[in-house]
Design a protein around this ligand. Structure first.
Ligand SMILES: [Zn+2]
Length: 91
């Protein structure tokens, strides 16, 4: 039995992929914007610099989650992104 992938769309480039390839940002109803877990509206983003830039410049996260995104959230997102890119190049 193969599991069906759960498809999600990147908020920046609109590419549709299995959600495991995306960075997930959730607007948790208690804890605000979180990166892992959380209950509430979620946005998905490719772990690439270009999609991060697009999301940042065009306020895609704000629109997708329908709330203000603190700059610290983008800083954390960029850190996660760098971790992804580093592990890719070292492999
Ligand atoms: Zn993307």
């Amino acid at each position: 039995m193969s599991q069906n992938p759960i498809l999600r769309r990147c908020i920046a480039c609109k590419k549709v992929l299995d959600r495991k390839y995306f960075l997930k940002v959730t607007r948790d109803f208690q804890n605000g914007v979180v990166f892992s877990g959380g209950m509430g509206r979620s946005a998905y983003l490719c772990p690439t610099e270009s999609c991060f830039e697009e999301a940042l410049k065009r306020k895609r996260l704000q629109k997708s989650l329908r709330c203000d995104i603190h700059s610290s959230v983008f800083n954390m997102l960029q850190k996660q992104l760098n971790t992804c890119i580093d592990s890719d190049t070292e492999a």
